[in-house]
Design a protein around this ligand. Structure first.
Ligand code: ADP
Ligand code: MG
Length: 579
């Protein structure tokens, strides 16, 4: 036809932009400069082109580890951590981390390529066919799918807002293969991109809520503050410290809030935990939930007579989620808002604050002294073979000498003992198994911690826990990350002494005895060290921190050391039955 020619001419002049490029530019526009990924169909070119365009693309050996890396990057930076996976199986591998992010209130976006809607919805058996959006929804804070290139900007903007605003969480973004190749007019396409303004708006608490809380706290005879990982996430460190120090109230840090104030602070009540929880009369929770980790605010831990009995404490809860209050016990004074705004409003309204009664402070410090002395005695022992205590006494010294280093921690006994033995000195340095107490976060966390903080990383890993993500030592070597892994090797899950009563197989909890995890690191050019004494462990850790090379220390621990399920033995159904 006669009109064909001019049309061709216009097309040649038009600059086109495709879906790949729009995704990359939308991320960049919003300062999302790091992608934790595992390439494959249909996102291989997205990883290549993102890298070519200046984004940092960290490629993993298993999507779950990329996902955990993204989730903790979100916690550490307050920006959504981006995990990129292929369709169906890759997506499912990433889903565990997405759920983890949602449960832990970490901002993360899982972006997965997917198959064609037309074929998936008619269930015609496409390559890696799966209705990923539907599957992601129950474990995500929000889930979106983009079908048209000119909606990519909106899709990414919505994902960012959902991930970081209010209570942070995991967001799923479904990008079908066809979308990436869609080409649209470049100028129009770029106009559709959105630079998100004020993605996590401040939420100012109501003045009357602040007053109600402070009135309750002021009248307390035995007040206690509990700092949770929400408080660590908020990056309101100076105001939190001011609130704690100006009120003079003893405080307990939850695991990932350790170091918000140094664990050696005189008001830190960690060493007197089992004394202060039942004894306190008013407890102020700041970014901590009364979930299983705090025995739901009731029962014997809190001085109740039975599991369901409430100890009689009054609670103040500072949280961004208005639905959190009363989830387990009555909250007498909820303060809803972002922790920075809430805590600074409180500090501003303290006026002439009288410190808590000396009787309470003395009782707490007496209890602390006794427990610290007992612990010091245990730590000073030097048994052969090493046990968790003698090994962790070394880690404790190394962390003290390197307070800026990140500490990754997972396992059962390796987790519980490290949490109580190794003091933290600065905010957001300790990252661990979180709300679910899951195993497998280790190496993903190491990569993200090294990349986002530029600090050395120390990982204290149970031998079982390490196994979930152990192959990522290749990733650590490939990116030359300054990570020192200490595998607490006691030959098994909990310990290495179980036997198969029939004599046929190793017991389900037992691994190859005397395994050399250090050799795994050597296979990829990293440093492997076998340590059988605290002195060897110390030397190897010092050298690792000095050399900044990926290092794995196989710390040989007495296989009889360790208890079933670490500190949560009571959650085992068989143990619960015995009670
Ligand atoms: P922990 O396990 O350390 O006790 P949780 O994960 O149970 O901590 O609780 C964290 C709480 O912090 C959640 O209830 C979450 O809503 C809240 N939170 C997270 N970020 C913020 C923030 N910026 N401001 C206020 N609350 C927050
Ligand atoms: Mg073990």
């Amino acid at each position: 036809m006669g009109t064909a020619e001019p049309q061709i001419a216009t097309r040649a002049e038009t600059q086109l932009i495709d879906g790949f490029q729009l995704v990359i530019e939308a991320l960049k526009l919003n300062g999302l400069d790091t992608i934790y990924a595992l390439p494959g169909i249909p996102i291989t070119d997205l990883t290549r082109r993102a890298q070519a365009d200046g984004l940092r693309v960290l490629s993993f050996r298993h999507e779950q580890n990329a996902g955990y890396a993204a989730s903790i990057a979100g916690f550490l930076t307050q920006k959504p951590g981006i995990c990129l996976t292929v369709s169906a199986p890759g997506f499912l591998n990433g889903l565990n981390a997405l759920a983890h992010a949602t449960v832990n209130c970490f901002p993360m976006i899982l972006i997965s390529g997917s198959s064609e809607r037309e074929i998936v919805d008619l269930q015609q058996g496409d390559y890696e066919e799966m209705d990923q959006l539907a599957i992601a929804k129950p474990v995500a804070k929000a889930a979106y799918r983009v079908l048209h290139a000119d909606d990519i900007g909106v899709g990414i903007a919505r994902a960012i807002r959902a991930a970081v605003s209010g209570r942070p969480g995991g967001v799923y973004l479904d990008l079908p293969a066809k979308l990436f190749a869609q080409a649209i007019d470049a100028e129009l396409g770029r106009k559709t991109l959105i630079k998100v303004v004020d993605a996590a708006p401040k939420q100012i608490p109501a003045p009357e809520a602040v007053k109600r809380a402070l009135d309750l706290l002021r009248g307390a005879k035995k007040p206690l503050i509990i700092l949770g990982k929400g408080a660590a996430y908020a990056q309101a460190d100076a105001d939190i410290r001011a609130l704690v120090e100006k009120t003079g109230i003893p405080y307990l840090p939850m695991s990932m809030a350790k170091g918000l104030l140094p664990d050696t602070h005189e008001q830190c009540a960690s060493a007197a935990r089992s004394f202060v929880l039942p004894a306190a009369d008013v407890v102020m929770l700041i970014g901590a939930r009364l979930n299983w980790l705090l025995s739901h605010g009731k029962g014997k831990t809190w001085g109740g007579k039975s599991a369901k009995d409430w100890g009689g404490q009054k609670f103040i809860q500072v949280d961004i989620s208005p639905q959190e209050a009363d989830s387990n016990v009555r909250i007498d004074a909820p303060v809803v808002g972002d922790i920075g705004s809430c805590v600074s409003a409180m500090v501003a309204s303290l006026g002439n604050w009288a410190k808590p009664p000396a009787e309470w402070l003395n009782a707490v410090s007496e209890k602390k002294k006794g427990n610290v002395a007992k612990m010091a005695e245990t730590l000073a022992k030097n048994p052969t073979p090493m046990n968790f205590h003698s090994a962790l006494a070394v880690v404790r010294d190394i962390v003290k000498a390197n307070p800026d280093a990140m500490l990754v921690n997972e396992g059962a006994n390796a987790l519980d003992f490290t949490r109580s033995i190794v003091d933290m000195y600065k905010p957001r340095k300790r990252i661990d198994v979180g709300t679910w107490g899951i195993m497998g976060v280790g190496m993903g966390y190491c990569v993200a911690a090294a990349v986002t903080t530029q600090q050395p990383v120390i990982a204290v890993e149970g031998d079982s826990a390490f196994g979930f993500s152990g192959m990522e030592v290749e990733t650590l070597c490939r990116y030359k990350l300054p990570v020192c892994i200490v595998v607490m090797n006691n030959n098994g899950v909990y310990k290495g002494t179980d036997k198969d009563p029939t004599g046929r197989d190793p017991a389900p909890t037992v691994f190859v005895k005397g395994a050399r995890y250090d050799k795994l690191m050597e296979a990829f050019g990293g440093v492997g060290v076998q340590a059988t004494t605290p002195a060897e462990l110390r030397k190897a850790m010092e050298e690792a921190l000095r050399a900044k090379k990926p290092t794995l220390i196989n710390a040989v621990i007495d296989e009889t050391a360790g208890t079933e399920s670490g500190r949560i033995t009571s959650l085992n159904p068989s143990a619960a039955k015995k009670k």
